[in-house]
Ligand binder design. Structure first.
Ligand SMILES: [Zn+2]
Length: 107
């Protein structure tokens, strides 16, 4: 779905291929298709928040609210490329069914 070698580039991680190289499926079936991926992203970030909070509670005896908020902010920024790509991949996987036959025709 995404061009090779762009995951860690902060200016390019959001770039997407227009079509699947295997079956030709469009990666943007309609304008604004990925609007809903925002909700997947919200879920993923909530999971990150809970993980950060639990780790902090386990490792540090006494922490302030600002420590939690700063760590959560950093987590969101560090994981942004991953969250972005995962949420779009999950979103398209929900709405575009995988067809094994199309893959088999290639080999
Ligand atoms: Zn494909």
């Amino acid at each position: 779905m995404f061009p090779k070698g762009t995951l860690l580039n902060p200016l390019k991680f959001h770039q997407m291929n227009t079509h699947c190289a295997g079956c030709g499926q469009s990666f943007e079936p309609e304008p604004g298709f990925y609007f809903g991926a925002m909700f997947v992203s919200y879920g993923l970030n909530t999971a990150f928040f809970i993980a950060v909070w639990m780790l902090l509670a386990l490792l540090v005896e006494d922490y302030s609210l600002s420590t939690v908020l700063i760590l959560m902010g950093l987590t969101v920024i560090v994981f942004l490329p991953l969250t972005f790509r995962l949420s779009r991949s999950i979103w398209i996987a929900i709405f575009v069914p995988f067809q094994k036959a199309a893959t088999q025709n290639l080999t």
